[in-house]
Design a protein around this ligand. Structure first.
Ligand SMILES: Nc1ncnc2c1ncn2[C@@H]1O[C@H](COP(=O)(O)OP(=O)(O)OP(=O)(O)O)[C@@H](O)[C@H]1O
Ligand SMILES: [Mg+2]
Length: 172
């Protein structure tokens, strides 16, 4: 499937659409040149899934893990709950509210750019996150660690043109 993003808000819409399909346990590999929009997409995806913290590129840490609180924990008796990012939630009608019925409790952000080999990522325990049904894992520069990625990975390729970004999604 191909998607043409002409703005940040287009990328956000794409991320919201994908977030709605996630149930937990997914591994999403991102490829594309420097500045093609991988981190931007990741930030919108994380915010939509209910990550409250600012998601920054984990270049130096390689792996960053963000908790996702259950909606019940922050929404007493159906009252409005403001979340960081793009969502203000009323009642249970929002995409994030639906997340409460799923089991996504962790958002894992990996940046493979600085790794010298896939084995380095393996040594950091990345495969335990891949198997975690309560986590959604996003890997920037996934092409650098292909041998250790799970077979059922969703691959998203970003291609930067002059004024737009072509986003292509495989195997989803
Ligand atoms: N769809 C878009 N429309 C306009 N600007 C965008 C879009 N996506 C990303 N950008 C901008 O492009 C710049 C680079 O984006 P981003 O950091 O997401 O790229 P990246 O692929 O993660 O880069 P790197 O390879 O360095 O990690 C940022 O300033 C971001 O705001
Ligand atoms: Mg990045």
């Amino acid at each position: 499937m191909k998607y043409l993003s002409k703005s940040l808000s287009d990328t956000k819409k794409f991320a919201v659409k994908l977030a709605r399909q996630l149930r937990g346990g997914e591994v999403i590999g991102l490829t594309g040149e420097l500045g093609s929009g991988k981190t931007t997409f990741t930030q919108y995806l994380a915010a939509t899934l209910g990550v409250k913290q600012t998601v920054n590129s984990p270049t130096f840490n390689i792996i960053k893990v963000y908790p996702i609180m259950s909606l019940r924990a922050c929404l007493p008796a159906g009252r409005e709950c403001k979340r960081r990012g793009n969502l203000v939630i009323h009642g249970i009608a929002s995409p994030t509210a639906r997340n409460d019925k799923k089991s996504i409790r962790q958002f894992v952000h990996i940046d493979a750019y600085r790794l010298r080999s896939p084995q380095e990522l393996k040594a950091l325990g990345a495969q335990e996150y891949f198997q975690n049904k309560n986590a959604v894992t996003v890997i920037e520069w996934a092409n650098k660690v292909k041998p250790i990625l799970p077979k059922n990975i969703t691959l998203i390729k970003f291609r930067l043109n002059k004024t737009s970004r072509l986003i292509t999604i495989f195997r989803h």
